[in-house]
Design a protein around this ligand. Sequence first.
Ligand code: NI
Length: 228
Amino acid sequence: MSAKSALRGAALTGAAAGSDAHSDAADRCALAEADAGLAALTAAAEEYVRSLFAGDAGGHGADHSLRVLRNALEIAESVPGCDLELVSLAALLHDADDPKLFCTEDFANARSFMRKQSLPEEEIRAVCRIIDQVSFSKNRGLRPDSTEACIVQDADRLDAIGAVGIARTFAYGGSKGRDMEDSVRHFHEKLLLLKDMMNTEAARKLAEIRHEFMLAFLEELENETSQR
Ligand code: NI
């Protein structure tokens, strides 16, 4: 049983049987099963992205996907009722078909992983729709149409800013042979705009801290490199 069907089972048990001791125990049992199912599915997705990105040093590796998962779960804590299974899968798989890295079509990598996990087609479609809405270049300025996509998009954008954003920008620039000035331009063209593009309140707060850190970094870089 997938984590989600166990969760649905828990909801149904609770609704049908009221709150007697027996149904409480059944609820707890179904919820524990849902947690275990989600943990196993997340672990399998982590293993899949690690194998998929083995050897990538351009800032889009498995580590990025794992940080996006962590950011997404942190944001999700303050968004009641969101579907954690969709959020977790989309966060981990959001770059599995990135056209900069793979020549797949229609999220073939993400889909094949989820089919191997025997997830229902409806859920696979929902995850792919979230992934489709996460991309910065495709969806510039557009707000995703589901809570889960809002969360994952924010989580991905958070990983582009702050200390980790600085590290990723220079790592990616270096891998493309760009000089420091080119990478600094990327802050002004994209990274410094992201804080005002967050969908959720939780992400806005996290983004504020990371934004201030980037400003301080750019100021110090300017101090150290300007001709005096
Ligand atoms: Ni990403």
